[in-house]
Design a protein around this ligand. Structure first.
Ligand code: DAH
Length: 363
């Protein structure tokens, strides 16, 4: 009991010298554990006289609390060092330049389809779909193209080695069969557009065996040719973003419309470059007409009560004209340089009331 000061400095030295939390715990056990040196001395208090015990007890308690305090202090020192070491080891250098990340682009076909949907969407049309592999009846016969009709020869059809209910199957040559499918299941008023893939056995700078069309169909009791003209006029001007774009309706023939008209937009070819909206030339962009009463009757719609118009256009052709893409085959080459050049940063669509043109991915 005489030498508590020496003991205190000895234990304090051990605590201070503990190099890590394990060593510190060992030092604590040696002093304050069940058989620790201070604990053993505490046990000796019982044999002392009351006076001695009082003095020695106070001294030992003071020693014990000093040592506990020293242990706590060393512990937080060691823990702090631990955190500092981890911080140093896990340090991230935020000044390093970011790794390059390649971003995708919206394909001009997707962009153009979205643009067309958005413009007709504003006019109240909704999107309808049908199968790519189609029954002969839907692709031709119901559209007033019977088996011996010359229009069949013009379609360069891919026939498929399959039959359904005795019907020869084809890869649809246009999106028009979806008119039939819609009119069979939906009562007028009908107002749909049909974007989708179409197929013809043809391959050159302006044709590809697979391409895209958008079909339009509007049926009700009162819609007439004036509405057809107004609707397609507005569409052409919104799509090309030219409020003054000249639009011409030229008499034509389609078996499924009567009368029929092809739609041309004004342009010039001066110096070999096409400029849309300028000059005295015309460029055909779509086919249209008043739905042939025979087609309505083929779908079970009373042609004495209902009437309306239809139209169809090629998506690639629209995209080529609007975005200056010279060769149709390149749409499907999957050449990344082409996609980066002609792709779009994000889907951004024009509107009937004239919103900004979409952003090209590269200038
Ligand atoms: N189906 C026609 C084609 O592929 C395009 C077309 C013309 C669709 C006139 C129509 C229409 O709905 O009325 O060439």
């Amino acid at each position: 009991m005489d030498n508590l000061d020496a003991l205190k400095s000895e234990i304090s030295d051990q605590v201070a010298a503990a190099a890590d939390l394990d060593a510190l715990e060992q030092a604590r056990i040696a002093a304050l554990g069940k058989k620790g040196r201070i604990t053993e001395m505490m046990k000796g208090l019982g044999q002392m006289s009351p006076d001695e015990r009082k003095t020695a007890g106070q001294a030992l308690n003071a020693l014990k609390s000093d040592i506990n305090a020293a242990i706590e202090a060393r512990k937080s020192e060691l823990e702090g060092a631990d955190i500092d070491a981890r911080l140093a080891a896990e340090r991230i250098d935020v000044t390093l330049p970011a790794r390059p990340e390649s971003t995708g682009a919206v394909h001009p076909i997707s962009q153009t389809v979205e643009e067309v949907i958005s413009i007709f969407g504003e006019m109240g049309f909704s999107v309808a779909e049908g199968p790519d592999m189609e029954e002969d009846w839907y692709n031709f016969t119901a559209l007033n193209i019977p088996p011996d009709h010359p229009a069949r020869q013009e379609h360069d059809t891919f026939y498929v080695n399959a039959e359904k209910d005795g019907q020869r199957m084809v890869l649809r040559t246009h999106t028009s069969p979806v008119q039939i499918r819609t009119m069979q299941v939906q009562k007028p008023p009908i107002r749909i557009i049909v974007p989708g893939r179409t197929y013809r056995c043809d391959h050159d700078a302006t044709h590809s065996p697979m391409f895209h069309q958008v079909e339009g169909l509007l049926i009700d009791e009162t819609t007439h040719m004036g509405h057809l003209k107004g609707c397609l006029n507005d569409f052409c001007r919104a799509f090309f973003g030219l409020g003054e774009l000249p639009v011409r309706f030229r008499p034509s023939y389609f078996p499924f419309t009567e009368p029929s008209a092809e739609v041309d937009i004004g342009c010039s070819f001066e110096g070999g470059t096409l400029k849309i909206g300028d000059g005295d030339d015309w460029l055909e962009i779509l086919g249209s007409g008043m739905v042939n009463p025979l087609v309505l009757e083929n779908c079970g719609i009373d042609s004495t009560k209902y009437q309306g118009f239809a139209f169809g256009m090629g998506i690639e052709r629209l995209a080529m004209l609007k975005y200056g893409i010279p060769d149709l085959r390149t749409f499907f080459d999957s050449d990344l340089r082409w996609l980066r050049h002609y792709g779009f940063a994000s889907l951004d669509v024009p509107s009937l009331v004239g919103r900004a043109s979409p952003t090209r991915n590269s200038p």
